[in-house]
Design a protein around this ligand. Sequence first.
Ligand code: DLL
Length: 427
Amino acid sequence: MGRITEQRSREELRELQSERLRTTVEHAYENVPFYRNRLDGAGVSPGDVGSIDDLEKLPFTTKEDFRAEYPDGLFAVDDDEILRIHASSGTTGTPKIVGYTEGDLGLWREVMARSMKAAGVGSNDTVQNAYGYGLFTGGLGFHGGAEALGATVIPTGSGNTQRQIKLARDLESDALCCTPSYALYFAETAEGMGIDPRDLPLSTVLYGAEPCTEPMREEIETRLGATGIENYGLSELIGPGVAVECREAQDGMHIWEDHFYPEIIDPRTGETLPEGEEGELVLTSLSKEAVPVLRYRTGDLTTLASEKCACGRTMVRMDSVTGRADDLLIVRGVNLYPSQIEAVVLEFEEVAPHYRIDLSREDELDRLELTLELTEAFDGDREQLCGEILERLQNVLSFRPDALELVEYGTIERTEVGKVKRVYDHR
Ligand code: DLL
């Protein structure tokens, strides 16, 4: 069944999407006053939405809408149908609350099991789940998927890393689920315990929830001697399980578009962009009951590609997220994303994958300070390396930080629990 679902022809898929969109729009309009007002305001009635081609008629939904409707203004079912609550991990302001019906939990397990299978995890595998359990969707999302797949789950949750390493060794975990920054922290901690992480039985790391550039993935794969598979998702849509890379190609994340319909828009104008252009990802849920979402602006920047993948799956692929529209650093008129800086500096093998960016303002001028960590083995000329990195940043990004500091390995604070923070804006 899995293969058939994932290899549907594009036409067949579109028909299914259209049918599900009609149901979703009706459901949202009938049961959520917020959507009814929005659609009425835009002069659109559910009857005007016949197929996916009509999606553009619908207004966007934003993070601000979720916050304004806090806690459950976007819920479309009665309280007694809600089996579970989760919330976004947003660091600022009001959390975005989401609910799940029994059907939603089933859907979530299905897309997560599908994701883990695409990552190469099988029913005989042992999955160590180091995503945080709780309101964050990472822990319970991967947990449900691994169980639905028939794998063995070790629900370690985040933190307590030395114990995690012992468990991975003694219980012979095949897969580790965690953020990319935690995967590196895991490797580092093992090394500190005198255990070579490559000797652990792990063969897959299912990373996600944070941006991760290609050099960072390579670092995870080499340090842990495992294949890194990227996962993408967000609480507002369901949690993890929206998109995943396939192990066969590792070339973009397949969006499970029979349940989540993607569009790419220009974040400034809201206009739909042609396929292949980078813009903001907008997602519409096609099968959700408790919190249907219409044209949700994720804030995440990416590109879509719909040509058939080497793995045989027909579902569209999204690139790794370059950044969030609100992560954009505007420094003295230059626009850049932290991930662009990361991709350039991690090309230097003398640099460890830990860095921080500090923004401040001096005499009305923006100032960007970049702190990079050296690898443990580094014993070269720091000044020369500094010069080389600055020159490379200038050449690739036309940007030179105001200060570049190279610090000893282990100096930059590690994140053991939750999402990593690398940018500190003091302005
Ligand atoms: O982070 C869900 C998740 C858990 C995804 C575990 C993958 C693995 P939220 O806490 O609601 O949900 O945060 C969602 O995290 O809008 C992105 O900005 C970011 N994000 C998630 N996956 C990736 C990724 C979970 N692979 C927000 N690359 C999203 C970059 C990601 N950013």
